[in-house]
Design a binder for this molecule. Sequence first.
Ligand code: SF4
Length: 207
Amino acid sequence: MKMEELEYTVLDDGSLVKNVIIKNIRPCIATEGKVRVLMELDNPLEEVITSLISKYPPGKVNYVKKKKILTLSIYDRLVTLYPSGKVTMNKAIDKEDAVEIITNVMKTINQAYDDLESIQEDNKKIEDISPDISVVGPLDIYKCLPQTNCQECGEKTCMAFSMKILSGDKFLDDCLQLQEPWHQDQVECLKKTLGVEMMKIMGWEGY
Ligand code: SF4
């Protein structure tokens, strides 16, 4: 039996997307007890989809450039965004859970859209406001860490911590050493390597 579509207005003031329609809910084949939800946003994402890549830690993002399809591994769900505005979500608990998660993603979509508008107004390039994170590897982050292997972050080495930062499984704030005033040079190094916006996305609240 065909499911009745459910429309939600979740962001009254969204600059690009405000509404989401749940078109279909099916049991998740891979995870028992969870559901797979098909949704449609109220605007295409073609324009912003590449800008969204830099809004999440690299390890949380999988981008199929040829088809402009972006999959996010976030909140223990898989959220796939298509240029048309179609969205699929795996491992959701139910429709309310799917709406809550897509609302957070929609906030980020609107933020990416606002950034694009300001870039166009100021005649800047996207690289001017966010460095290309896809070229940043664990060694680049490691170079900026205190390199004491003190294990205060819960990892055995600073290198292990760097890898967890890139996969989105640790926050920069978990390195307590970095928060000491005598490690300001390391913070500046991270700022240069990742950019302030990506540092915030990676859990740095030191600003
Ligand atoms: S807390 Fe910081 S300095 Fe200590 S091991 Fe972790 S990353 Fe390295």
